[in-house]
Design a protein around this ligand. Structure first.
Ligand code: SF4
Ligand code: SF4
Length: 253
């Protein structure tokens, strides 16, 4: 029997259907959506943004983020800090986005919204996309036609979505309150925050404690981790799963 997925009222997944959209300096609302924005930043968003800005992750967190209580009450949600006066995204420049090639997931995905379903429990999660409809956005009246597949390609979302799905697994572990007796601001949570959001701090810790030498990693994996913060983040996620007894192995390839 095929199970039919239920969605909240009014939300219809786009599936293969097509939609019109265009966002360019010619639209009358250009950059309007970069103001008064309430944006969650995921771990991989932070890696891309801090690299684009030439900042280390501590400095990026200090300057450009706030910590808030979100859906997961046992782990802080990291949000973009807006300019205090203009309430604009701090990366908005007169010509548009100053970090365009490294812009966060939310900016790439818009005007779509993504939901994932892990209930099948095997392999990649099922993903669904929905169309938003904000009256201020005139991009819907543009002529270019997309479907979800070519929107994802156009916005180069594959890497972000892959990394965000790995993060979602970790967030689910945190949502189960793995800190127990230590409370939510204890050492374990601080370590977990370091791994997920402060990749430069995590790199220092693994170097100081020679953490990588405790695992049998292929030479190529070690090389990638040494050169690439995204690869280190993937290692960090695997390490957290091991740490919280949710996995028995770490990075096989
Ligand atoms: S990162 Fe760029 S696209 Fe996203 S809100 Fe800021 S200025 Fe706009
Ligand atoms: S409101 Fe829509 S069309 Fe206007 S800048 Fe934002 S995404 Fe582009």
């Amino acid at each position: 029997m095929t199970e039919t997925k239920q969605f909240p009222k009014g939300m219809v997944p786009l599936g293969d259907s097509v939609f019109n959209f265009g966002c360019h300096p010619g639209v009358q609302c250009y950059t309007l959506c970069c103001r008064n924005v309430d944006m969650i930043l995921y771990p991989y968003d932070i890696i891309r943004l801090k690299s684009s800005l030439g900042l280390n992750s501590e400095e990026f967190l200090r300057r450009h983020t706030t910590l808030e209580k979100g859906d997961n009450i046992y782990f802080p949600t990291v949000k973009l800090r807006l300019d205090e006066e203009s309430k604009a995204c701090p990366f908005l420049a007169p010509h548009g986005c100053s970090v365009y090639s490294d812009r966060p997931t939310a900016c790439r995905t818009y005007p779509l919204e993504r939901a994932i379903d892990r209930s099948r429990n095997k392999g990649a999660p099922d993903e669904f996309y929905f169309m938003t409809n904000h009256s201020y956005c005139f991009g819907h009246a543009e002529k270019t036609i997309y479907n979800v597949k070519n929107w994802l390609r156009n916005q180069q979302l594959f890497e972000h979505n892959t990394m965000n799905d790995l993060w979602a697994e970790i967030d689910t572990i945190f949502a189960g309150n793995p800190w127990k007796g230590e409370g939510v601001a204890g050492e374990k949570q601080q370590l977990a925050f370091l791994v997920c959001y402060n990749i430069d701090g995590f790199r220092r810790v693994i170097d100081q404690h020679k953490l990588l030498s405790q695992f049998q990693l292929a030479k190529e994996v070690r090389r990638r981790i040494a050169l690439d913060d995204g690869e280190l983040l993937k290692f960090g996620f695997e390490w957290l799963k091991l740490f919280f007894n949710k996995s028995t192995s770490i990075i096989k390839k």
